[in-house]
Design a protein around this ligand. Sequence first.
Ligand code: SF4
Length: 965
Amino acid sequence: MPKITTPKAPARAPAHAFAKTRKTFKTASGKEGRYYSLPALARQFPNVSRLPVSIRIVLESVLRNCDGQKVTAEHVAELANWQPSAERTNEIPFVVARVVLQDFTGVPLLADLAAMRNVAAAMGKNPKTIEPLVPVDLVVDHSIMIDHYGKKNSLDLNMKLEFQRNQERYQFMKWGMQAFDTFGVVPPGFGIVHQVNLEYLARGVHKTKDKATKETVYYPDSLVGTDSHTTMINGIGVVGWGVGGIEAEAGMLGQPVYLLTPDVVGFEFTGRLREGVTATDLVLTVTEILRREKVVGKFVEFFGEGTSSLALPDRATIGNMAPEYGATMGFFPVDEKTIEYFKGTGRTTAEIQAFEAYFKAQGMFGAPRAGEVDYTQVVTLDLGTVAPSLAGPKRPQDRIELGHVKSQFTSLFSKPPTEAGFNQPAAHLHTRHLVRAEEAGEKVPRAAPANAPGAPREVVEMASEHPTLEAAQSEASSKQPKVGDMSLGNGDVLIAAITSCTNTSNPSVLLAAGLLAKKAVEAGLKVAPHIKTSLAPGSRIVTEYLEKAGLLPYLEKLGFSVAAYGCTTCIGNAGDLRPEFNEAITKNDLVCAAVLSGNRNFEARIHPNLKANFLASPPLVVAYAIAGTVLKDPMTEPLGKGKGGRDIYLGDIWPTSDEIYALMKYAMNGKAFKANYDKVAKEPGKLWEKIKGTKGQVYDWPGSTYIAKPPFFDDFTMAPKKLVSGVQGARAMALFGDSITTDHISPAGSIKESSPAGIWLKANGVGKADFNSYGSRRGNHDVMMRGTFANVRIKNLMIPAGADGSREEGGVTLFQPSSEKMFIYDAAMKYIAQGTPTVIFAGEEYGTGSSRDWAAKGSQLLGVKAVIARSFERIHRSNLVGMGVLPLQFRGSDSWESLGIRGDESFDILLADEIAPQQEATLVIHSDGVARKVPLTLRIDTPIEVDYYKHGGILPFVLRQLLAA
Ligand code: SF4
């Protein structure tokens, strides 16, 4: 029987094992600061001076937090002796300086903390026992949608709808702000989490009272965030990455974030970018290269002289897409450009001086030159070879040079899905379908409820007498730009969005988009009004510099009015297409396109009916909006007709580097940054000020379909329950193919009326128009468990193929042994009722995509005991363990297909009595009276994960620890 230990309360900190490494540094103005010195540690471990900079920053945390308990002298020695090519078996306990959250993931995390306080109160403890130990910042950016676009007041209208939809969630956040001392919220309308982090939250170095000596010590910024693209912060030399909400929760409650000692891939840039090539082109190239190099689970560190030549925002753009190339981080060391960026973004002189002096004292200032540092592997790119590119139409790593987009789309149009094609008859490529004016937005708006507002001003007021959003949405639909009779065809661009922190944080590409718009307007080019165009800057600073540079009016003329400060199209909040377009697309099986400056383009992420989604730089987004189709080659064909019927080519309106550079002065203005971010506390906005939060240390869970007390601590006891080793008599809930994303497992987008979640919402009095999205309802487990595996595109291969070989899409399964077809949620409830455990079978990269703890939480609540896959994505694997669900991996070339698993068998999973990381497990397949045994690898990867699993997950583990203190 596995041994279970109850966590002990932390004892008094013993003397620091490396006290001699505490030294003093001096800033430019003579101020002194104490710090744990890596050069001093290098006297004992000479290897330290050849470590990659990213490893040194993690080492500093391990050194400083060495308390002989959670972090030991052995941990310090192990990491100080990091070797570039050693076998990776040791885990590093990494104590981070802070945590950042976005609202989709932050709300459920806050709900878990609130539920922990309920447990503390029920046990007669002080609820304040549950309190984040490091600063936590939640940036509200994921909720706003593009309902209105192409108008000057689009932003106001969209924000008012956002507040109307999310009032209950925002009230809950306000409760959190007053209940937890270290929990802050950047309200809606300020920007996107990673851009706000870059421009405002990151402060360079922190200081704290040292536990052992009580003196103030300085240390570098580091963090984890509940969003995959947290890695954007790597661009300014901050070590940080995305984790699931449950890991972040543990991190903020004093648990180190544990990671397996990583390989570090050195990425050397040489040369310089050519004229006309953007940071977006570069990041798509880097993504393609690093995908090929298989950097999953590794740190990537950029170095070399080309790295020093890159502007800070370009580095941030490259750091941002680390999840797309699969790395844990895409790290850029601190250097002069970082200091310049801090100056240009309004950080104080004292902060900047401490930052620079600290990194210089640590010997970590400046990107290493070739040969200075030992990397596991080195990859080199000559920046001069990067060409203008897009990526898509289905995956971010599928880069296409601009001149090949048309031919690539044409070729994929008729290729089978196994070759990433759209499976359409080639002869249909140029067929167009008429959409009549009365169908295309000219018809009378849907009848609004009797008490619904009739005028826009009324629609947007937050009065409680407006019970539904139907009127407002109807209004939004009827106010969209009108179009006449038109035709729709394959390759038509229906969404063109300047979106995503990946690019909106980068003034060079935003100014390029504005300059291109200016030249296009001056040349007489237009964007067809039926294309959903939007500009969603990642912070208000973008609008300010576009205005100062005189470019915003030109973007607006082409439909790119500011529509939101938030994620919007990047997270799938593009809003719906016109119903007539949806109908034409589905009726005629059209392959229409979106072009966006985002970082992901998985199936159904942007819009369920847009099958081809291309990632591109902001100026190319504008260019494709003008062209209106991806079947036009912008390198050889005119984008459109200008004044006097003249053909206008992309080359006629593409801005030069000099033109962009001349406007950069508007983008880096410290005073403007400071004035903007001072408003977070002082002027958060009228809509936010009007939100009334409840008071008190313990949340009383008023009835809500958005926020509900999560069930994870029901029946909590201080001693963990007896662990039943392995799984017996399980049924297969699903057989999945490769690359099942967390969005397939737990979608963030719209909720279908006929889905289990839709049915539940309606039964609880919520009208279809008020469903909002799964992402916004992550504070309510009743919605989220019903939404698990409910993505409209997920294919459970347990359902036999149709006569034409096609597979049914949607979250359905065959309940066994009757093989009755039903929703996965319904089958899960039946299995739970009869006490039958379930398992999931999958292919490669299970759980790829955004970090999404509900993908693991939902699986657990549906009674899934194990996921058996060919391989796992890093965060999702650890989240499964964190929720007490076993991740198991097939060995060699085994797969459920090769083993002939159909889904009607029953299964046992046998584990060793004493669970150990990555040990062998056995899958027993019972079928037709025969039992077959198959070896598996248990993907519990580290000793601490063994403890989490034994405790039923990370949250009960941490709660026991806190309550025992
Ligand atoms: S804009 Fe996109 S990448 Fe950035 S935080 Fe939002 S969803 Fe993530």
